[in-house]
Design a protein around this ligand. Sequence first.
Ligand SMILES: Nc1nc2c(c(=O)[nH]1)N[C@H]1C(S)=C(S)[C@@H](COP(=O)(O)O)O[C@H]1N2
Ligand SMILES: [Mo]
Length: 382
Amino acid sequence: MEGMKVPSLLVFSGRLHDARTATSVGRLLGVAVVVCFGTGMVSHYLQHPPGWAVDALPSRPVWGYRVSQGLHVASGTAAVPLLVVKLWTVYPRLFVRPPVRSVRHALERVSVAVLVGAATFELFSGLLNTVQWYPWPFSFVPVHFAVGWLLVGALLLHLAVKLPEIAAHWRRGAEATVALSADGAGPDRRSLLLGLAAAVGAVTVTTVGQSFTPLGRVDLLTPRHPDHGPQGLPVNRTAVAAGVLPALRSVADWRLDVAGPRPFLLSLDELRALPQTEVELPIACVEGWSKSARWTGVRVRDLLERAGAPPGAGLRVESLERHGAYRVTELGAEYAHDPLTLLALTLNGRTLSADHGFPARVIAPNRPGVLQTKWVVRLEVR
Ligand SMILES: Nc1nc2c(c(=O)[nH]1)N[C@H]1C(S)=C(S)[C@@H](COP(=O)(O)O)O[C@H]1N2
Ligand SMILES: [Mo]
């Protein structure tokens, strides 16, 4: 055996695999997971509020969802290299023998298996969702949401179990007193952490530009660039994909149907003749891109008032789209009465294109892109 050298990448011992390194990487990963989980919950409850909360969802700050969802996708993206390095660091521990030593040890191992599985699944499914690729038989949203809870539960359990070790290795230099590192040879921890920081920095800088416009020029790795699209705005679902083109061809017959105590119908020309408001509001897509734009149109609250809606009433918005998960959306009272919420007719100074929701679409502040309903045909006071 003399003279045979095992490649150092396959030696899972030394200080890159000790508890101090696991703690250093783990807390960075922990921060990313906590930010991702928190912003994920914000996104979920803005999209699927419990019935009693629909009318209480806040329409301010205007940029709230844009920032929150930008952070969700950025922290999830940054967590990918963090998770890979964390798993690489603790890899030898995942396969210790004997596999089970006691009941406590067995429980700990089960919780780690759940944690690793849930974390891998969340990052993988989230990343694929940003490119709208769904190579699985289940629906993304409910599963991603449920596994998010599983992940946080397993993480809390893991932190509780590992608390003594985490505490012992939290501070720099702690290993001097708690010597666990077998030998000082091989690459040092500092290099690993610097490399990790470079990887996190690289994936972040080349992707955050999709929502953080100052870095738009180096937004190289995202599926949609905020500057690319008709009228200076990306399109998630085109008019062709939504199957609304046939309906748009007979737009002379299009009427906005406003249902309420005093229902009425408006043609496009009649809508254009009503007082128009101009607002600057972002589309903030759940998949991570966002972009501010200038919209003009009729205030939704003016339409509500005209329909005789009681104060505090919300709305149900219906699209020309026949199928699709976002054909019908709810506009809670806070949104419906916000002076910035429009039934928009123009985007960046021109009539809405078919892909942006011609003849009329909803644009409201602090709202997920999926709920900014395009091709609106009916508003119903609740
Ligand atoms: N009727 C309808 N409206 C919709 C959608 C849809 O599929 N159907 N997609 C939504 C999504 S996911 C986003 S991000 C925004 C994008 O608006 P834009 O294409 O004008 O940028 O529209 C929303 N409005
Ligand atoms: Mo979206």
